[in-house]
Structures are given as C-alpha cells and as structure tokens.
Design a protein around this ligand. Sequence first.
Ligand SMILES: [Zn+2]
Ligand SMILES: [Zn+2]
Length: 101
Amino acid sequence: MNFKKNDQSFKCVNCGCNVEKLNYSSRDHCNFCLYGLHVDIMPGDRLNECKGVLKPIEIMQDSKKGCIIVYKCLKCGAIIRNKMAEDDNYEEILKISAHKN
Ligand SMILES: [Zn+2]
Ligand SMILES: [Zn+2]
C-alpha cells in the first residue's frame, strides 16, 4: 500500500496544544492527549469529509508495527487504527490500556 506523507503541525481540538510535525512520518494525532481527527480515508490522504473527533479507546500491540492506538470517531462511529508516535504521551497510553481491562 502506498501511504501519502502529509506531515503538518496543528492545534489539537481536544486539549488545545500545539502539536509539532512528526518529521519521520505523518502526524495524525495529538501527542499530549492522543486525540485525532477523522480526516483520512487512507492514512495521510486527508480526503475524508467527516472531520469528527477521534477518541482513543484501546491500545493494541502489533508484532510488526508496535503500539497501535484504536480510535472511535465521535461523529460517524468509525473505528480507526493509528500507529503510536515516538513522542506520544506514555501516561495517556497507559491510561487507555488500563481503562480497557
Ligand atoms: Zn490534544
Ligand atoms: Zn468520522
């Protein structure tokens, strides 16, 4: 699969933090509160009209990709999986993992 790289800084809709570019990949969620926006159909394409808020609901371990954050779109209900970024807030990751059990 061909993922487009669309790395931009943005202001988080959930916590209001300024999220810097990721540089090694596309920044697709806030690294402070881990929330994202439903803007992609395929990762990085920014073609989705939904623009709903993606709430992190679960953390999955993938043997190849590492930590995956599972999101639920609060607007359309879609389930989205995004790879955890290197600088994601680990406390939030732990909170979501703990929440699940
Ligand atoms: Zn945030
Ligand atoms: Zn959506």
